[in-house]
Design a protein around this ligand. Structure first.
Ligand SMILES: Cc1ncc(COP(=O)(O)O)c(C=O)c1O
Length: 386
């Protein structure tokens, strides 16, 4: 068969390989504890499931949805943006539903990138920013995220030829995989950079409400003039334990949102309506629910990071998102330490290099492992022999 040249630029998706390793071990009868993928083990809350049961009975919800999403859903998103971030968006023009944030993130490059255009992405970073650009035939410029800079890129280091060729720049705060957070001053700097250089700013806010110790993450749309240049992606997956239901939304600059809708309406048929109705009920109760849910992750963060520190590993305490970004011990790199934990301890972590070259020297542990397995995982890791 004659596959496209473009297909050669696409790596197999990171977690496909990890899931394969786990299932091979399981086939051999070895029980593996996974701190790999960030997929909440806690079930979708009952009030959200009840909403699905109720709305799936309605025949109106059995038919094709509109690609942009139900007006009720877009109105609720607009309410949320206003009450949570103080951001005003027109639900008719500046909000669309997504079949999960990943879908919108992947498709967004098709709105802006032609052959040879550049997309600026964070490294380490969620691999879909680059994958979308590769599918669109564009080129990637990587901005390093360094601990010394608080896991934020230094925009001054982006060369002028890249500024000229770049059409879009991706950010993600609270950040996967580093756990870094951004304040409004930084968002303002990025918005100004986008306007000065005519580069669309794409902010992935999918962990915006997975926060600890009372921290509240801002939206980039709170920055002055952000509506001229920015689009933000939100997800129900991590905030409401809804990864399996597939729901998110894009919000922001009208032209960007409407161009994403044009791409989507040509390629998919929208998020199922009963699932959008679940999303409405979820957003109405976000404050109460996230307090309870985030407390569970916070306790795991505390337990796991203390245990890792006790055995001499260096971890930064994240204030948000679902991950511990852990420095590997002297004498190891991301791959060799990941392999050691798998072979010696039957524990799965994600090698930092899965998120880019600047992830070298780190592994990522997800907090989405049930409490009793966290205990067992910690016991196993503490027995590793260097
Ligand atoms: C940074 C980031 N963005 C987006 C997503 C995907 O979100 P969704 O499940 O809504 O597609 C993930 C999932 O792991 C993620 O880590």
């Amino acid at each position: 068969m004659k596959f496209s040249k473009r297909f050669d630029t696409i790596e197999p998706y990171l977690f496909v390989a990890i899931s394969r390793t786990i299932s091979e071990k399981k086939k051999k009868g070895i029980d593996v504890i996974s701190f790999g993928i960030g997929d909440p083990d806690i079930p979708t809350p009952k009030f959200v499931l009840d909403s699905m049961k109720k709305h799936s009975d309605n025949p109106a919800n059995h038919r094709y949805p509109e690609s942009e999403g139900l007006p009720e859903f877009r109105n609720e998103v607009s309410e949320y943006m206003s009450s949570r971030f103080g951001v005003d968006v027109d639900p008719e023009k500046q909000v669309i539903s997504l079949i999960g944030a990943k879908e919108g993130i992947g498709h967004a490059s098709l709105c802006l990138i032609d052959e040879g255009d550049v997309s600026i992405v964070p490294d380490p970073g969620y691999p879909v920013y680059s994958a979308g650009c590769n599918f669109a035939g564009g080129e990637i410029y990587k901005m390093p995220l360094l601990q010394s800079k608080g896991w934020k890129p230094d925009l001054n280091n982006i060369p002028s030829d890249i500024r000229e060729k770049a059409k879009m720049l991706w950010l993600n705060y609270p950040n996967n995989p580093t756990g870094g957070v951004a304040d409004l001053d930084f968002f303002q700097e990025v918005v100004n950079f986008g306007i000065e250089n005519d580069i669309a700013i794409m902010h992935d806010a999918c962990y915006s409400d997975v926060t600890f110790d009372g921290y509240k993450a801002p939206s980039i749309l709170e920055a002055k003039n952000s509506m001229e240049i920015a689009m933000e992606f939100h997800s129900f997956s991590k905030i409401f334990n809804m990864t399996g239901w597939r729901l998110g939304f894009a919000v922001g600059n009208e032209q960007l949102v409407q161009s994403l809708l044009t791409v989507k309406s040509n390629l998919d048929s929208g998020a199922p309506q009963a699932i959008q109705m679940m999303g409405i009920d979820a957003l109405k109760n976000i404050e109460v629910f996230t307090q309870e849910n985030n407390a569970i992750y916070q306790a795991r963060r505390d337990k796991l990071s203390s245990a890792l520190e006790e055995i001499g590993l260096t971890v930064e305490f994240p204030r948000a998102a679902l991950y511990l970004w852990c420095r590997v011990p002297e004498g190891y790199n991301s791959a060799s330490f990941t392999e050691l934990l798998l072979e010696q301890c039957n524990v799965v972590v994600t090698p930092g290099t899965g998120y880019g070259e600047y992830g070298e020297g780190y592994v990522r542990l997800s907090l989405t492992t049930p409490d009793e397995l966290v205990d067992e995982g910690v016991k196993r890791i503490s027995k590793w022999k260097g």
